[in-house]
Ligand binder design. Structure first.
Ligand code: OOG
Ligand code: NI
Length: 466
């Protein structure tokens, strides 16, 4: 089959992201309310802050903002994870980064499936935070075996989805008809199922071990548990949620408010209580389960290893000074501590660049292009910036933060869900289950930065810039 018949993986991802959003709006109506709030606030931010709108125009993010979202799922077995990786690959999504959630008492490790090139991200930045349950950390052997035997019996992919994945792998792509079919079939894996795969007593056993285990094991598939739009002002969202009847979690995860946002700030609202039918209840939905919730994120600059080390250190200092986990009763104190420790992180793009704290994208300006043939023009990056020939903007962070992710997990698992597993990072075991290595997000940011410098040098007819 000639390759020109294939639709691009980016277009399949964009279609899938839209289909997922439509499905989740029907399943969780508060998500729709949240989208309205985010739309209103993003609009207001752009009207009131021409600089922010200008920045988003330079980077092109203004075009992707409205459709920007991430979701999260939790799978139960290595085989499910490996097949999910193949399913996401059809849509141009690769596993990026490794997250160990065990220090926070959640028995999973995770990666984020996403597009990896700035051009592809521009078409659709859709990401899925994907966690693998770690039954090996459960020391209750009979329960572990029960969970394993239940998981061994389920098939979370439709036969047609599996066929289309294989076809795509063998032929190198899907045509428009098959792509539309694939989106519809893939969606089935993420759908909510009211019918559990266990009896009420089994559910209780799994649940009493850890709520997360019940969520992963007791259902037919890895239902999407939240879908997160991107806002330009998360503080306004946090303040605006109660007025729309959406109860937010106590604190915003991540860095404090800044003029120039870094990394990722996130807040969420509590999981829904849903009716479920256990296998011994003859399909009358008389049980209940809390699984699905809503989340909002604000994205900022991707940090270099040096910047990230500074972030981790300052976050730790604030949490250490708090002397416990951030919660309802110490939220204000925590935000004050955070604001205080983060004074040590410059809130200025030029300083962040000069100190090597963040990654950037560089653009040749009109002035620079006009001076292309002028032999007396500056040639170093710094001098070109000073002369207004090159403009720079922070490169947006496309990934997740383990401490924040733990806070999001906990906010919807409930406070009683805190368990202790110590630190059990095992990237090798994760990659073995995944059947491929995860990509290093820092290398991806460095490549994007390098490509933008190259494009700048070419546009200005200069030798390489660095
Ligand atoms: C995933 C929680 C983590 C985020 O945005 O950090 C997450 C989950 O609850 O399955 O989605
Ligand atoms: Ni999330």
């Amino acid at each position: 089959m000639p390759t020109q018949d294939f639709v691009s993986p980016d277009s399949i991802r964009a279609q899938f992201s839209a289909a997922m959003s439509a499905m989740y709006k029907l399943e969780v109506p508060l998500y729709g309310t949240l989208l309205e709030l985010v739309g209103e606030i993003n609009q207001a931010v752009m009207e009131n802050n021409p600089n922010i709108a200008e920045t988003l125009r330079w980077t092109g993010e203004i075009q992707r903002l409205d459709q920007e979202r991430h979701g999260a799922i939790r799978v139960g077995t290595a085989q499910e994870l490996a097949t999910i990786a193949r399913l996401f690959a059809v849509m141009g999504m690769q596993p990026v980064g490794y997250y160990d959630l065990t220090p926070a008492g959640v028995p999973v490790h995770s990666t984020a499936f996403r597009a990896i090139h700035e051009q592809f991200l521009q078409v659709s930045p859709f990401r899925v935070f994907t966690s693998l349950l770690r039954l090996e950390l459960i020391d209750n052997l009979p329960l572990r075996e029960l969970a394993q035997s239940i998981l061994a019996k389920r098939q979370i992919f439709t036969p047609r989805a599996l066929l289309l994945i294989e076809q795509c792998e063998q032929q190198g792509g899907l045509n428009a008809g098959d792509a539309a079919d694939f989106v519809e079939q893939a969606l089935e894996t993420f759908r909510w199922h009211r019918e559990a795969t266990v009896t009420a007593a089994e559910y209780r056993q799994l649940h009493d071990q850890h709520r997360l285990i019940a969520d992963v094991v007791a259902f037919k598939g890895p239902h999407i548990n939240h879908l997160t739009p991107r806002t330009l002002d998360i503080d306004a969202i946090q303040a605006g949620m109660p007025k729309k009847g959406i109860p937010p979690k106590a604190v915003i995860e991540g860095p404090p408010p800044r003029k120039y946002p870094i990394l990722l700030r996130q807040t969420s609202f509590k999981a829904l209580q849903e009716r479920v039918a256990f296998t011994d209840q003859h399909h009358q939905a008389s049980g209940s389960h809390t699984a699905r919730f809503g989340e909002i994120e604000q994205r900022g600059a991707a940090l270099t290893p040096k910047g990230r080390a500074r972030y981790d250190q300052l976050l730790n200092e604030a949490r250490h000074a708090l002397g416990g986990l951030p919660a309802e009763d110490n939220a204000e104190h925590y935000m004050a501590l955070l604001a205080n420790t983060f004074k040590a992180f410059p809130d200025d793009l030029a300083q962040m660049r000069e100190q090597g704290l963040a990654f950037f994208r560089y653009f040749a300006t009109e002035k620079g292009l006009a001076a292309r043939n002028d032999n007396a023009r500056p040639a170093s990056l710094h001098a070109l910036i000073e002369a207004g020939h090159v403009h720079f903007e922070a490169l947006v962070y496309e990934d997740f933060l383990p401490v924040s992710a733990a806070g999001i997990f906990q906010s919807n698992l409930g406070d009683g869900a805190q368990s202790h597993y110590g630190s059990n990072a095992n990237q090798q075991a994760f990659e073995q289950a995944l059947e491929r290595p995860v990509l290093d997000e820092l290398a991806l940011y460095a490549e994007t930065e390098r490509r933008s410098l190259q494009a700048c040098a070419t546009a200005l007819a200069l030798p390489a810039l660095s």
